[in-house]
Design a protein around this ligand. Structure first.
Ligand SMILES: *Cc1c(COP(=O)(O)O)cnc(C)c1O
Ligand code: SF4
Length: 401
């Protein structure tokens, strides 16, 4: 039942929840998850959040006590809170939105598998997560019981991979594969390991962020066993805000690294949560301190109810442009747009290259450091001159050249 709590009631309820949770035990964290209208016990809710909780139909609402503890009980602008608590915008659907904007279902030859790129597939391993992120682009699958992947479904997916020798790289995502039991994870990894042409396995998981205690020694042992000469295991996680970079998260990442797993980050660009230069820079600096390399920065998908999260396309480009020069290259994500309708991912980079001057064989660049124009030369024997956009006299004049 939805209640309206005062700040002192909320603080008391939080304290009680934290003390009855066996904090570092991931099963206790999951048992004590806060779901649906019970969120009202742990936040002083705004009108918009009350509507959001009442009218959200798209996705489960749930958070671990750990992730809840990172959020503000009384500040509705808290970035962590915005990823946990639905707001009224989430219940507003627009005609340009779709529950499957990437056409993953059409590109699915067997249940739970998307085969879009020749050499890699996306495997949907399960439909549960530790925290249901409001911006999740797999809302149609995550938290729906009809999407439950049975052992038989996974067997059919492995059969498909086995019969397609061009598949070298299997991205396991969900839901969250690390919300499966250890035994099921072990079985999945052993199946993949037994397929000769599968060289790479990637685990897409938000548990290092939302439930770091899930990354247990026992789990890492299993992963390490299959991280061998034949199979290389990578992990891509999703930190979206510097507040998520905690000591607990760092310890979880270090356990993965010890198991030989390379950890990368794919953050999602989210309006009023992380869509400013300094927040993104600080997030990626903290990630490097946790030895996590930047991988992607996603432009949010056009999923139903996503208007509260979407930013203009330019924002992502501006942020990546700002970061260049201020942090090592391994801390700068590639800004990607997963094209609607099954077009796959493309990267959009800041425009550092301004064009070519054929007369002098010169390239014109904009520097990220000096902010000035810098020139360099094309080789004398180049056969690629027609590749470059030619700068007109007017362009050159504008650039002061
Ligand atoms: C994102 C994605 C992949 C992996 O893409 P990378 O650019 O290699 O990380 C593979 N298959 C599908 C369907 C995807 O959406
Ligand atoms: S953890 Fe990933 S799949 Fe699960 S709700 Fe969050 S974004 Fe979606």
């Amino acid at each position: 039942m939805l209640v309206q709590s005062s700040l002192s009631e909320v603080l008391k309820a939080r304290e009680e929840l934290y003390s009855r949770t066996n904090w570092t035990d991931h099963t206790s964290q999951l048992q004590n998850r806060v779901k649906g209208e019970d969120l009202s016990l742990y936040f002083v809710l705004t009108e918009s959040e009350i509507i959001g909780i009442k009218e959200t139909i798209r996705l489960h609402v749930s958070t671990t006590p750990y992730y809840l503890s990172l959020s503000s009980p009384d500040d509705p602008n808290c970035p962590i809170r915005k990823m946990i608590v639905p707001r009224s915008e989430e219940a507003v659907l627009s005609s340009e939105e779709s529950s499957d904007p990437l056409d993953e279902e059409r590109l699915s030859p067997v249940r739970g598998l998307t085969h879009m790129y020749p050499n890699r597939v996306l495997l949907f391993s399960n439909h549960s997560c530790s925290v249901y992120c409001r911006h999740c682009m797999r809302g149609r699958k995550v938290s729906s019981n009809e999407e439950r992947m049975e052992k038989g479904d996974l067997e059919k997916a492995f059969e498909y991979i086995r019969n397609h020798p061009e598949i070298e790289d299997v991205v396991i995502s969900g839901g969250d594969p690390l919300n499966l039991a250890d035994a099921r994870i072990e079985w999945i990894l052993s199946e993949l390991n037994s397929i000769p042409h599968v060289k790479i396995c990637r685990l897409g998981t938000r548990n290092p962020v939302t439930l770091p205690f899930r990354i247990t020694e026992a789990l890492c042992k299993i992963i390490e066993t299959y991280n061998n000469d034949k199979l290389s295991i990578f992990c891509n996680t999703q930190f979206n805000h510097p507040k998520e970079c905690t000591k607990e998260s760092k310890e979880a990442i270090l356990r993965l690294l010890k198991a030989g797993v390379s950890v990368g980050n794919q953050s999602v660009l989210l309006k009023d949560i992380n869509d400013d230069e300094e927040t993104m820079l600080s997030l990626h600096k903290k990630l490097l301190e946790m030895r996590v390399r930047a991988y992607y920065l996603y432009d949010p998908e056009l999923i139903p109810g996503s208007r509260g999260f979407r930013t203009p396309l330019a924002r992502g480009i501006e942020i990546v442009e700002y970061m260049r020069g201020k942090i090592g290259g391994m801390g700068i994500p590639q800004f990607v747009n997963d094209l609607p309708g099954g077009g796959g991912k493309i990267t959009i980079a800041p425009n550092w290259y301004l064009g070519y001057i054929p007369k002098t064989r010169q390239h014109v660049f904009r520097s990220a450091v000096t902010k000035k124009i810098h020139l360099s030369f094309e080789p004398v024997d180049s056969t690629k001159e027609s590749y470059y956009p030619v700068l007109s006299e007017a362009d050159l004049e504008k650039l002061g050249l």
